[in-house]
Design a protein around this ligand. Structure first.
Ligand code: CP
Length: 312
């Protein structure tokens, strides 16, 4: 595998999930694969899980890890072709990507959506700029429109916790005071489309996601109706897609309570706002899978890095 940019780079979701579960039993079984290889993790935005889990995954494969908080410490990058760089940007992506390629064997990048300009966000200039100009494989650690490492970890968690052949999985919007990107929800949907499951998306009107991504999915605007009979409830806030980047509602009737959850398992990518997205009583109960999901971030990253290392 050259790059891991979207969920569609997963050759076979069931096979990768099984391989990841196997890796989890003995994380050091491929510790020589990454010997004398270096991964560079570039962060244009904050992180806890992605940073530590990707670093841990790389170390378990024997890799050296370099981390840079590019957003604070790097030069402001220019992405435009032919731009006269007489304004705020100091270095072009063409040089930056090629230079990073001299120091490492894989580069992983986190660069969130700005949520001001849909066209610009969907152009994915950071991650696409690196994959265009770097001479090494590129891994998406959450870009403007996708978070495929999270979605793969979620697929592992679903497999480990499923109690029946065909589960009902609900993706529910929940309120949040700030405008959040669509990346986690997008990749979760793309991953669910590869699963044999009864999958329902629920959100208030106005929070429809990119129709190209939700095409073919069941959308139910009544959250109580959507949650009926759910085995897994994956909760996430996102801002409006049609009224791009706007917070249209903070209606706490959408907050997930114990009562709403019923007997289902609760999932969230974290970080989560307690008593806004979900009640304490849910997060502090045995029905919450959020820490398992975070643990599985190590093994989703490890399987991705293993596939890339095998092809270098
Ligand atoms: N879920 C996730 O990507 O967490 P971080 O933003 O802390 O990396």
């Amino acid at each position: 595998m050259k790059h891991y940019l979207t969920v569609d780079d997963i050759a076979s979701l069931p096979d990768w999930v099984d391989e990841a579960i196997n890796l989890k039993k003995d994380p050091y079984q491929f510790e020589d694969l990454g010997k004398r290889k270096t991964i560079c993790l570039l962060f244009f935005n904050n992180s806890l899980r992605t940073r530590l889990s990707t670093q841990k995954a790389a170390m378990s494969l024997g890799m050296e890890v370099m981390i840079m908080n590019f957003g604070n410490e790097g030069w402001a990058l220019e992405y435009g072709d032919g731009t006269v760089m007489d304004q705020g940007t100091s270095e072009h992506i063409k040089e930056a990507a090629q230079v990073v390629s001299q120091y490492s064997d894989i580069v992983a990048i986190r660069a969130f959506a700005g949520l001001k300009d849909k066209e610009k966000d969907e152009a994915e200039e950071v991650i696409n700029g690196f994959s265009k100009y770097a001479s090494i494989p590129v891994v998406n650690m959450e870009s403007s429109v996708g978070h495929p490492l999270q979605a793969l970890a979620d697929a592992i968690t679903l497999k480990e916790n499923k109690a029946k052949k065909r589960s009902k999985v609900v993706l529910s919007w929940a309120p949040h005071p700030k405008a959040l990107p669509h990346a986690v929800a997008n990749s979760f949907i793309q991953m669910m489309k590869k699963q044999d499951a009864d999958f329902v998306i629920t959100h208030p009107k106005g929070y429809e996601l990119n129709p190209e991504i939700t095409k073919g999915c069941t959308i139910e605007y009544n959250q109580d109706e959507a949650l009926k009979g759910a085995d897994f409830v994956y909760v996430k806030n996102w801002s409006s897609y049609s009224d791009y980047g706007k917070v249209l509602s903070t209606d706490k009737n959408w907050t997930i309570t114990k009562e709403k959850l019923g007997n289902a398992k609760f999932m969230h990518c974290l970080p989560v706002r307690r008593n806004m997205i979900v009640d304490d009583a849910v997060l502090d109960s045995g029905q919450s899978l959020v820490v398992e999901q975070a643990k599985n971030r190590v093994f989703s990253a490890q399987i991705v890095l293993k596939k890339i290392l095998e092809d270098i």
